[in-house]
Design a protein around this ligand. Structure first.
Ligand code: GLU
Length: 456
């Protein structure tokens, strides 16, 4: 079977680490199976959907390197939804209801008070044409519910336990009892469609083979399978991944603003760190940085995705980002370094990458080798002696050890008391990349000046 999956965000906000995980799992699945990955904007909620979010979602996906093969927008497809709605109305699967939200609340409260499940009582199904006319003449406008197939016969209105089963590609055997659910509203009184409805029509029309989404949609899947069946379509295979929780186990939802992809990008995180993290948390694979997405494609399998909530800790992402930078080869950063006006070669990058947490930290180390440093001199006599012993250029891989050997012999300093003052003088910093590699990059004139206490 050819694989087609979709990522279907509602453009009502920015993408965050939680929904990007859904996108990445779908994307990896498509690439692994040689299939297609579609981007669908679920923008039927016209009040909350905004064009700026459509643009931002595309930008975020592009930044992460998640290219899509086709784009669809629900707001372009109203005519198709209208046609399907007419078909389901004619078949008696969509029926009009007239209760207000308040009336429904009161009904539920009464049911609960009597110890009954708060399921919609299908009053709408009992209305005659005259009843409807009367309600409409009072100014009421119908909303439409989908009649779940959960009764003994079409005439009975009393729902019976009705199990919808599927083998979830992530969670294994799944069951939803649609006998315990209210007939869901599919068309609001203002004529707008609910996502449950439009999504199924799109999934049919776009040939979606697998729906991979969060486990908050499991119950929805029971209803949607009924809708696929009502439309004579075979439901796609379903996979529901667990949701992200904060490191303390609490829901992430409140903190998601800070975890938007835009804010991670502004914080200077590497896209491949975000992708690696989102692809691997909550799976049986170790959460490690991958510089090449092909490795993540290779690793991906729905069966590796855990059903337990995946814990997201921003500190872990920061660590992963640093680890990724420490591994990045010069060839992958040469252009970015040029963009920062760092005209350098592999030796500099290899010397400093192990000290970076964010890519931009490289600017600091570039200023140490090619800019101005205010040296820290704790013992002027020691520094002067070390300056006198600086060997003549050219400098190379052995310069540091030859020079420090000479300084050690001349001053008697060794270990930390030899190396630490030299580091403070040469770099103005307590810690940093190996001086063996930095020293030749700093060069003799700067090293000499710094040892003499001059900013250079
Ligand atoms: N727009 C829906 C959401 O963001 C899509 C769910 C689905 O993948 O079907 O929750």
């Amino acid at each position: 079977m050819s694989v087609t999956v979709r990522f279907a965000p509602s453009p009502t906000g920015r993408l965050h680490i939680g929904n990007i995980r859904t996108a990445i799992l779908n994307w990896l699945f498509a690439r692994k199976e040689g299939g297609r990955f579609l981007l669908r904007f679920d923008d039927t909620d016209l009040q909350r959907s905004k064009e700026e979010y459509v643009v931002a979602i595309r930008e975020d996906l592009q930044w992460l390197g998640l290219s899509w093969d086709e784009e669809a927008r629900q707001s372009d497809r109203t005519a198709r939804y209208d046609a399907v709605a007419e078909q389901l109305k004619a078949a008696g699967r969509l029926y009009p209801c007239y209760e207000t939200a308040d009336e429904l609340d009161r009904k539920r409260a009464r049911q609960l008070a009597r110890g009954l499940p708060p399921i919609y009582d299908r009053t709408g199904l009992k209305l005659s044409d005259e009843d409807r006319q009367k309600l409409e003449s009072e100014g009421r406008v119908a909303h439409w519910r989908f009649r779940l197939a959960n009764t003994e016969g079409a005439d009975s209105l009393t729902p019976l336990p009705t199990l919808i089963n599927w083998i979830d590609v992530i969670r294994g055997e799944q069951t939803v009892d649609v006998g315990s659910l209210s007939d869901p509203v599919m068309i609001r009184a203002d004529g707008s469609y609910l996502y449950t409805f439009t999504s199924v029509i799109d999934d049919i029309d776009l040939g979606i083979s697998h729906i991979i989404r969060g486990e908050d949609h499991v119950t929805n899947s029971g209803v949607q399978i009924e809708l696929f069946n009502a439309l004579g379509a075979t439901p796609p295979q379903l996979g529901h991944h667990s949701l992200l929780v904060a490191a303390d186990g609490q829901a992430l939802s409140k903190r998601l603003g800070a975890l938007s992809i835009a804010s991670l990008r502004e914080d200077g995180l590497e896209p491949m760190a975000v992708v690696s993290h989102a692809a691997l948390i909550g799976t049986s694979d170790p959460v490690e940085p991958h510089t090449d997405v092909a490795e993540l494609v290779e690793l991906f399998s729905p069966s590796k995705i855990s059903t337990a909530p995946a814990r997201f800790d921003p500190a872990e992402l920061a660590t992963l980002n640093a680890k990724l930078l420490h591994e990045l080869p010069f060839s992958m950063v040469a252009d970015r370094l040029k963009g920062l006006r760092i005209e350098t070669d592999e030796a500099f990058w290899n010397a400093v990458r192990g000290n970076l947490e964010k890519f931009d930290d490289v600017k600091e180390w570039w200023s140490v080798v090619a800019g101005t440093v205010t040296p820290v001199i704790e013992d002027a006599a020691f520094a002067t002696r070390a300056a006198e012993l600086l060997p003549p250029e050219p400098w190379g891989g052995n310069t540091w050890s030859e020079w420090t050997k000479a300084v050690k012999e001349a001053t008697g300093a060794k270990g930390k008391s030899l190396f630490h003052p030299l580091r403070l003088a040469l770099t103005g910093r307590e810690a940093g990349p190996e001086l063996k590699v930095l020293l030749p990059l700093i060069g003799r004139p700067r090293a000499l000046a710094r040892l003499q206490g001059q900013a250079a």
